[in-house]
Design a protein around this ligand. Structure first.
Ligand SMILES: Cc1cc2nc3c(=O)[nH]c(=O)nc-3n(C[C@H](O)[C@H](O)[C@H](O)COP(=O)(O)OP(=O)(O)OC[C@H]3O[C@@H](n4cnc5c(N)ncnc54)[C@H](O)[C@@H]3O)c2cc1C
Length: 447
C-alpha cells in the first residue's frame, strides 16, 4: 500500500498512529493558504505551528522518514498528489465545519481514512444505554470514566515504513494551475513574521504537572499560582498525545480533577460532532445579544474600566493565553454585562488564543452566554469584582497586565464604587454598573 500521512493536529512522532501503517508513505504537512490568507502577519499561532512542523520534520528524519511541507490550498495539493497513484490518505479526525468540509472535498479525490488520535474517545464511543447521545456532562463523565478503565492507552508501536521517493527540501508551493515551485522553509515564505515565542516542551509540562497535581483542584482558579498544566496548546496541535498524558497521570493520586478537564475537552468535541450547528447558533434561547460596535471596541482594546476583564484581554493580546478563570469572567461580562453576541467574543478569542480549539471555544462561550447545551441557568452572571477579589485578592495578576493600576491600593481593584467615582490616570472608568447590567440581561433572558 502507498499512503499519504497527513499530519494536522498530531505534530509529533512519539505515540502517533500515523506511523502504524506499513508500506510506502509520504508524510505531509500543509500550510493551508485558505486559512493563512485571513490572518495577520504577526500571528502567534502560525509561529507555534511553524516551529512544531520544523521539529516534526527533524524528528521524522531521525527515524528514516521526512516531511514534505506544502504552502497551498488543500485541494490543489491533493489534485497534484492524486497523479501519483496513492491508495489512501490517512489523517486524524477533526470536527469543526471547515475541517469536515475540507476533508470531504479531499475524499472525492483520494480514499480518506480517519484515525482516532486527538481525543480519548471516538465520537460514538460514549453513548447512553439506548444508543443516543449525552447532552449533560455528569452522566457522560461517569460513563467515560468507566470506559477509560478498560481503554487501551498503551504506547503505539511504530512499524516499518519506507519513504515515498520525492523531494523533501524546503517548502513546496502548488498553484491553482498546478504549477509547482520550491522555496526555503521559512516563516517569511508563507507571509508571516518570526516572533519571539518561547516553546516549553510538553513533556516538561507534564512532569511539572505531576508535581502540581496534589494542589491542582484547590489552586487552579487562583490567577497568580500557575497551578494548571499549560498543555492546552499541545493538545490542540498534538505535540504530545492524549494517551501519553493519561498514561502518566491515571495511576496518580489527586489526578481526578485534571482528568475531569480532559474528559470535558472530549465532551465538547463530542457535542460539536453531534450538533454541528452549535458552531454558529444557540442551542437554547432565541436571544443572541445586541450588536454594539462601540462596546465591542472598548472590550477589544481592554478599555472597559473593569480591571479583571481588561487584564484578561491584555494577557491574551500579549501572550496568546488567558487564565481559565479569567476566560469565564471575561466571557460572562461580554455576553451578560455588555450583552454582545457570543459569536463576536468567540471570534475574538479564536483570533488570538494559541490553544484555540473550535469545540472548546464555542461550547465555553455558549456556556457563558447561557445559550449552550449545559444546564447553566441564564440568571447565573459572574460578578467581575467579586471574582477578582476572590482569585486575585492582592491584584498581582491585574497589576501585571495593567501598568496604569500598579500604584492603586489593591482593594480598590475590586471596588466598583471606587472605580466609578475616582479618576485614575490613563485608565477609564467602568463602562457600566455591573448590578444594573446584570439585571437587564436576566430580564431579557427571562422574557
Ligand atoms: C470562554 C472560554 C473559551 C475557551 N476556549 C478554549 C479554547 O479555544 N481552547 C482550549 O483548549 N480551551 C479553551 N477553554 C478552556 C480552558 O480555559 C483552557 O483549556 C485552559 O485554560 C487551558 O489551560 P491548561 O492547559 O493549563 O488547563 P488544565 O487545567 O491543565 O487542563 C488540562 C486540559 O484540559 C482541557 N481543559 C481544561 N479546562 C477545560 C474546559 N473548561 N473546557 C474544555 N477543555 C478544558 C484543556 O485541553 C487543558 O489543556 C475556554 C474556556 C472558556 C471559559
Amino acid at each position: 500500500m502507498k499512503r499519504i500521512l497527513w499530519f494536522r493536529r498530531d505534530l509529533r512522532v512519539k505515540d502517533n498512529p500515523l506511523l502504524t501503517y506499513e508500506g510506502e508513505v509520504l508524510p505531509i504537512f500543509i500550510f493551508d493558504k485558505e486559512i493563512l490568507d485571513l490572518l495577520q502577519s504577526d500571528d502567534r499561532r502560525v509561529n507555534f505551528i511553524y516551529k512544531s512542523v520544523v521539529k516534526l520534520k527533524s524528528d521524522l528524519r531521525s527515524i528514516g522518514l521526512d516531511l514534505k511541507v506544502f504552502y497551498a490550498n488543500v485541494e490543489d495539493v491533493f489534485s497534484y498528489l492524486s497523479t501519483f497513484e496513492f491508495d489512501e490518505v490517512v489523517a486524524s479526525g477533526d470536527y469543526d465545519e471547515y475541517a469536515k468540509k475540507r476533508d470531504l472535498r479531499v475524499s472525492h479525490k483520494l480514499h480518506f481514512r480517519y484515525i482516532q488520535d486527538t481525543y480519548i474517545f471516538k465520537h460514538n464511543e460514549i453513548l447512553k444505554d439506548d444508543g443516543t447521545t449525552y447532552f449533560v456532562f455528569t452522566p457522560f463523565y461517569k460513563k467515560a470514566k468507566i470506559a477509560l478503565g478498560s481503554k487501551n492507552i498503551d504506547e503505539i508501536q511504530r512499524v516499518k515504513q519506507t519513504l515515498f521517493s520525492s523531494s523533501y527540501e524546503g517548502l513546496t508551493i502548488v498553484e491553482e494551475d498546478q504549477e509547482i515551485s520550491t522555496k526555503e522553509l521559512r516563516l517569511e515564505n508563507i507571509g508571516f513574521e518570526a516572533k519571539d515565542l518561547e516553546i516549553v516542551s510538553p513533556y516538561e509540562k507534564l512532569e511539572d504537572l505531576v508535581e502540581k497535581l496534589p494542589k491542582y483542584k484547590e489552586d487552579r482558579d487562583f490567577l497568580n499560582l500557575a497551578a494548571s498544566s499549560g498543555l492546552s496548546v499541545d493538545l490542540r496541535f498534538g505535540t504530545i498525545g492524549i494517551r501519553e498524558i493519561l498514561r502518566r497521570v491515571l495511576e496518580l493520586e489527586n489526578a481526578e480533577s485534571f482528568i475531569r478537564q480532559l474528559i470535558f475537552r472530549d465532551y465538547y468535541a463530542y457535542l460539536l460532532f453531534h450538533l454541528p450547528y452549535i458552531e454558529h447558533k444557540n442551542y437554547k434561547y432565541a436571544f443572541n445579544g445586541i450588536e454594539d460596535e462601540e462596546k465591542f471596541r472598548a472590550f477589544c482594546e481592554a478599555k472597559t474600566g473593569v480591571p479583571i476583564v481588561d487584564a484578561g484581554v491584555r494577557e491574551l493580546l500579549k501572550s496568546g493565553n488567558m487564565h481559565n478563570r479569567v476566560r469565564m469572567v471575561v466571557a460572562s461580562f461580554f455576553t451578560k454585562d455588555l450583552l454582545l453576541p457570543w459569536q463576536w467574543g468567540e471570534s475574538f478569542f479564536a483570533k488570538y488564543l494559541l490553544d484555540f480549539d473550535k469545540a472548546s471555544n464555542v461550547l465555553s462561550w455558549q456556556w457563558s452566554a447561557g445559550t449552550g447545551v449545559d444546564p447553566q441557568p441564564y440568571f447565573r452572571v459572574f460578578n467581575p469584582y467579586l471574582q477578582s477579589k476572590k482569585f486575585d485578592r492582592d491584584g498581582i495578576y491585574i497589576k501585571k497586565h495593567i501598568s496604569e493600576l500598579r500604584d492603586l491600593d489593591s482593594k480598590y481593584l475590586h471596588n466598583e464604587e471606587y472605580l466609578l467615582n475616582n479618576k485614575i490616570k490613563d485608565y477609564p472608568k467602568p463602562i457600566l454598573k455591573h448590578k444594573e447590567a446584570a439585571k437587564v440581561a436576566i430580564e431579557i433572558f427571562k422574557a
